[in-house]
Write a protein that binds this ligand. Structure first.
Ligand code: SF4
Length: 498
């Protein structure tokens, strides 16, 4: 087996996980990439293809494995000015360079590593971009490549598109030769150890150190390596400090049933979560909820955006990874006894929807409370950016933002604790408990990441008219469910005090 840069980076993160992924293909189903991970991969490929425009004289090695090595050797012998995907194999390692450029002055080949990040990510951590480059340097040295300087090509977070994409302003190129060379010294012993570890035929014992980390740090194989730990365990205690978690694990306490909040020095909120689980009873502070809801002024607008954040800015006024607000849904309740109204907006073409969004909102909104879930997204990532791009809407957006009420905060404040929330406050966790008749299970699109990928596909050139219509319908159902869910949760909360 040849060890690539991706495999090695994965091993630095967790040897056990990558061993399982390589040697236990029967577990593949459990290890599938999420929509989000697939999206990151696609964005990385897109960034690389744009970065190639910086080197218009480049030629790609399109073969793989040993054939790619042969093609690379031939192209280098022909002194091709720039090679994309130059491939080298040595000592059980394989590298495919993003860009390899012949430097006429030095007579050496310069390496360019393309990254879809907004910064150089030279954070001195082992898994940063320098390691990516150092791994390549080590393998190319072993393959006796006359290697010159090493550069990182990454996105410039200050870039704002104005007219045609300015590739030279969009990307920044940084020389990291010295850092990479220093890193090679520490990396090489690890590369050799990785080779030994990954070539083991029998499953390495232990090695799942995440038992000391909280749930969000676990990979998809945690359950496989720790079948003795319940699905909902001490790792799910909200914001638990690593030292407290370590203490519990050291005492072999994994089940929440065995946790003693006082003895184990949990915070009040953590203790509430644990006690709700142990008693299997909700804890509801009706007065606190009533006080919070008193702030809401009719009409109530239950509101939600969907947005897509491409690495390469698609429209004027956007920088890398800025959100394009392509859709919103709003359920409006004009008075406590009024019929619920539903209005939606979906941008169906490949253009900036910001102006149409703001105009539509002006048409709909005329005072009252805008109820959202997790206000940072709506207020900061979408509305503030619209106001910045289109100052003519800034005053209205300011008023709209000032009217926002974040329904999630009632759950963050633990005015309502339910054992089935499992210490979480996302709408996807709260809704099935408070309004079990509503769920996302019957929908083709069931989360925001999927919705944004589908919109991008819908407005792209590859979708047929029928596909576009189907995606639009799925998007409408999904976003509409989100705002109806907020209405249903609000209604549930209002009923409590009656
Ligand atoms: S859960 Fe276990 S296998 Fe997965 S990353 Fe953590 S230590 Fe590795």
């Amino acid at each position: 087996m040849l060890i690539s840069k991706t495999i090695f980076q994965h091993l630095l993160h967790c040897p056990k996980d990558i061993w399982l992924k390589i040697h236990k293909p029967e577990l593949k189903g459990q290890f599938e990439m999420s929509e989000f991970e697939l999206h990151l991969l696609e964005q990385g490929n897109e960034v690389e293809s744009y970065a190639r425009n910086l080197f218009p004289d480049g030629i790609e090695v399109s073969t793989t494995g040993e054939h790619a090595v042969e093609d690379t050797t031939r192209l280098m012998a022909e002194k091709m000015p720039t090679i994309f995907q130059a491939t080298f194999i040595a000592d059980g390692f394989i590298v495919r360079n993003d860009i390899l450029k012949f430097n006429k002055e030095s007579g050496l080949w310069d390496l360019y590593e393309v990254k879809g990040t907004n910064s150089m990510k030279l954070d001195q951590k082992e898994r940063d971009h320098v390691t990516d480059v150092a791994f390549q340097v080590s393998v190319m040295r072993r393959a006796r490549v006359p290697l010159g300087r090493c550069f990182l090509v990454h996105l410039n977070k200050e870039y704002v598109r104005a007219g045609d994409l300015d590739i030279h302003a969009l990307f920044q190129i940084t020389d990291i030769t010295e850092e990479a060379q220093k890193r090679v010294e520490v990396l090489e012993p690890k590369m050799d150890a990785a080779k030994e570890y990954l070539n083991r035929e029998t499953e390495p014992q232990g090695g799942c150190e995440c038992v000391y980390k909280t749930r969000r740090n676990h990979c998809s194989s945690f359950g496989y390596s720790n079948s003795h730990i319940p699905d909902y365990s001490v790792h799910d205690i909200s914001r638990i400090h690593s030292t407290k978690l370590e203490r519990l694990v050291e005492q072999n306490i994994f089940s929440l049933d065995e946790v003693e909040p006082e003895l184990h020095e949990l915070s009040e909120k953590q203790a509430n979560q644990v006690v709700a689980h142990q008693t299997q009873r909700p804890v509801i502070d009706e007065s606190a909820i009533a006080v919070e809801l008193e702030d809401l002024k009719f009409p109530l607008y239950f509101f939600d955006y969907e947005a897509y954040a491409p690495a390469i800015p698609a429209f004027n006024g956007y920088g890398p990874y800025k959100f394009i607000p392509f859709q919103f849904s709003v359920h409006i309740l004009r008075s406590p006894d009024a019929e619920l109204e539903h209005i939606e907006f979906l941008h169906g073409e490949f253009s900036d929807p910001s102006d149409a969004v703001a105009e539509k909102l002006k048409e709909i909104y005329n005072g009252g409370t805008v109820v959202v879930w997790h206000e940072t997204f709506e207020k900061k990532f979408i509305n503030e950016n619209i106001a910045q791009r289109l100052p003519q809407h800034a005053e209205f957006i300011g008023r709209f933002n000032a009217a926002v009420f974040d329904l999630e905060k009632l759950f963050l404040a633990q005015h309502y604790i339910h054992p089935h929330f499992k210490g979480r406050t996302s709408i996807k966790k709260i809704l099935p408990v408070l309004a079990p008749e509503l769920s996302y299970a019957d929908l083709e699109i069931s989360d925001g990441g999927q919705a944004s990928n589908e919109w991008w596909r819908m407005v792209g050139p590859m979708s047929s008219t029928a596909e576009k219509a189907e995606i639009a319908q799925n998007l409408r159902k999904y976003c509409g469910r989100d705002t109806y869910a907020m209405y249903a949760i609000w209604q549930h909360l209002v009923q409590l005090k009656k």
